[in-house]
Design a protein around this ligand. Structure first.
Ligand SMILES: Cc1cc2nc3c(=O)[nH]c(=O)nc-3n(C[C@H](O)[C@H](O)[C@H](O)COP(=O)(O)O)c2cc1C
Length: 214
């Protein structure tokens, strides 16, 4: 099949303003639970989200990261603070997140402002990670140019020996970011490309609900 012939009809469900929770985070959690179906193929990661960041000139980059928690109305992910995304978020804290739950013909878009998580939260999460991931976080100077994969492996092995039998500390260059949302959009695919788009906008102390044209 050629690319231009690839298309699906979306007809699983609909979404209207009266169906959704007044609080968008409650609605998000409802959809997240629905996305976590027990019979999903193992490769599906429902907590995978596309994070877009921009630098001071408006140059945008996107990549996938994993949602790792929702605390006090904020969505949290972990990464290297010196990475390309880290450098962009230091200059410009406006970010967008996008979840695709294709098995439900759903998309959720979230826009908001990012802040670094507190060190206690980052260290706690770091401690809960597998040891290999902890070593990887130390070894990777994420987004920088390297000579070879072999040099990474050598550093990994040396560090594994150095920390043998000891707790691996959370590196200073690694930790969480918390996204405080100011806009949510819940998208449900519909036939004829007349999709449902229910959007929440933060108007100070409350959320305003609107329907957008597909
Ligand atoms: C499914 C998936 C999950 C990922 N999760 C993370 C993550 O949680 N944190 C992270 O730093 N990178 C994660 N990555 C790697 C990023 O997409 C990206 O390659 C990396 O963060 C470097 O991005 P940057 O150079 O734009 O900073 C993930 C990639 C995929 C495909």
């Amino acid at each position: 099949m050629s690319i231009h012939e690839m298309r699906k009809t979306y007809s699983m469900a609909g979404l209207s303003k009266k169906d959704v929770a007044p609080d968008p985070m409650v609605q998000f959690q409802r959809w997240f639970e629905e996305a976590m179906q027990p019979d999903l193929p193992a490769w599906v990661e429902v907590n995978a989200m596309t994070l877009s960041t921009a630098d001071a000139e408006g140059m945008v980059t996107s990549r996938v990261v994993l949602l790792k928690g929702i605390e006090g109305g904020r969505l949290c992910f972990y990464t290297n603070y010196d990475s390309k995304k880290g450098q962009q978020m230091a200059l410009n804290p406006q970010v967008s997140l996008c979840f695709l739950w294709g098995h439900l013909q759903r998309q959720v878009r979230i826009e908001g402002t990012v802040t670094k998580s507190d060190r206690g939260q980052s260290s706690n999460y770091f401690r809960s990670r597998p040891r290999d991931s902890q070593l990887g976080a130390h070894v990777s100077q994420q987004s920088s140019v390297i000579d070879s994969y072999g040099s990474l492996q050598d550093e990994f092995t040396a560090l594994a020996l150095r920390y043998e039998g000891q707790e691996i500390p959370c590196p200073d260059h690694w930790g969480g970011y918390d996204v405080q949302p100011n806009r949510f959009e819940f998208w449900q695919g519909r036939p004829g490309r007349l999709h449902d788009r229910i959007c929440y906008r933060n108007t100070g102390d409350q959320w305003q609900l609107v329907r957008l044209s597909p």
